[in-house]
Design a protein around this ligand. Sequence first.
Ligand SMILES: [Zn+2]
Length: 175
Amino acid sequence: MRCPSCQHLDDRVVDSRLVRAGSSVRRRRECAACGRRFTTYERLEEEPLTVRKQSGVVEPFERSKLKRSIQVACAKRPVADSIDELVDAIEEELASSDGREANTARIGELVMERLSALDQVAYVRFASVYRNFQETTEFEQEVHELQRRRRYETPGQADLFRSSGNRADGPSGEE
Ligand SMILES: [Zn+2]
């Protein structure tokens, strides 16, 4: 490791410890030439998370794309402070599920599940875009169904639309 002071390439490790719950190693190093001490971190190189679109194309997962689609749904709603947290939670859930590949339908479901608990207006907006409704009637049915369920149910609406098929490409799948 090149010394930040004198650019010498030889150093020795004077301390080494696990950090971040064991996912990283921090090493204190001492330059063999000038004695300057500096710190390096070592962590596991993870396979990047990818997204399979309905077309079959696999792309790298883009957090910014997901966030933007949620921001659009949340426009002018009093939930701006919760968006990052929501994106974090979804990213975490995708990363912890089997494999490193998600698909747009799964991401859409996760967003709808969490938005429905956060803000109903944002949820309906997102759902309408996500489903790419062609007909107004379908959208109205969706709203009616939602209202009906809200009357009789408490959170845990993850399965709300699961069986109705996925007509649209997902939140990070716009072409
Ligand atoms: Zn040095």
